[in-house]
Design a protein around this ligand. Sequence first.
Ligand code: AMP
Ligand code: MG
Length: 402
Amino acid sequence: MLELEEARARLLAGITPLGTECVTLNTAAFRIAASAVSSSVDLPPFDNSAMDGYAVRAADVISAKADAAVALTLVGKVAAGEGSIGEVQPGQCVRVFTGSMLPPGADAVVMQEDTQIDDEPSARVHVLDGVKPWENVRFRGEDVKRGAVLVRSGERLSPGRTGLLAAAGVSRAKVYRRPEIGLLATGSELVEPGGSLAPGKIYESNRAALEPLLVRSGATVRVYPLVPDTLAGTKDALARAFAECDGVVTSGGVSVGELDFVKAAFEELGGRLDFWKVAIKPGKPFVFGRRGGKLLFGLPGNPVSAIVTFLLLVRPALWRWQGATDVEPRTVPCVLGEPLVNRGGRRHFMRVRIDGHGVAVSAGQQASHRLGSLAEANALVDVPPDTALPAQASVTAILLDE
Ligand code: AMP
Ligand code: MG
């Protein structure tokens, strides 16, 4: 049995990105950049006003106070979007708005709230509070300098970053292609939710959890019909999914029972198993294999095991397949509100609920078929074998809804 980190490293080592495509910026968020982009402009592109107010020469108004107002002559107006005007001379001011170009000669902006204006047409502005040089001015290039790197290859494009790219005039982004993943659930006991349950049957639940997790991991998903526990049925289903997709995620049928057909079916289709057991709970049986450039991720059938192995192993693999550099699960520090006890010999990723103050408590019963506690949980805490983590222990939790 492999340690989780070893299994993950082995998995990631064998995965290379699928290729790249160019997409419009508004569809690029949450995808992985496939090339570095540098800024061709300064941001802001010109010195501009941070306020609605009046552009002034600071020296004129440095001593202005409510009871010692300084009167300036209003000589013009620059709206946001307009080009600049003539130079502001001593004793003069120019009406400006947030984002207006700073007129030449001006070196500060008095905010509108600190002024009084005479009735037209006198064009006198009384400044009631002083400003220092460059107060309320946003400088050219203070946010981003021309030539600065806006995004690196392998970085996940957050909406903040796609906004930054747009601000620099970029309209398209080169990103890694999304893998198309076929999703299969095996098990002759399974019934589609919405149907009726004959004796011995259960509703199929893994696809309802795994499809959204796949989508969140950047994949496009094809969901296939339920697969009965027969070699022929499993082979047919796998053959179809491999023909239509870049990779396949299955649940169930990877254990040691004589009705577990995923491995045999995959091998009969020419797949090569690079399969291992991983020393974690829940989730020991986990299968990884290749068929040409395509990948098989065979998850255990127990619902919690399927989801936990997906999060710890498949999700990092999917991100790496999309060219991501950082594929580690997202974690948060938290403090235990009660002890978490692992009496077993494998690391136990225990379901916890972290409250708004960063205090984590068990989300309920931890057996690997108990979905109720998974539904309550928002994170997993890695509890080492034969260990009791005491209340108040500081731990790092893996977020479920990342
Ligand atoms: P298996 O890995 O196929 O031996 O399944 C282990 C357990 O998980 C059995 O109790 C199955 O009935 C259950 N199981 C397998 N697949 C699913 C599924 N898609 N939805 C709900 N339960 C499942
Ligand atoms: Mg089964």
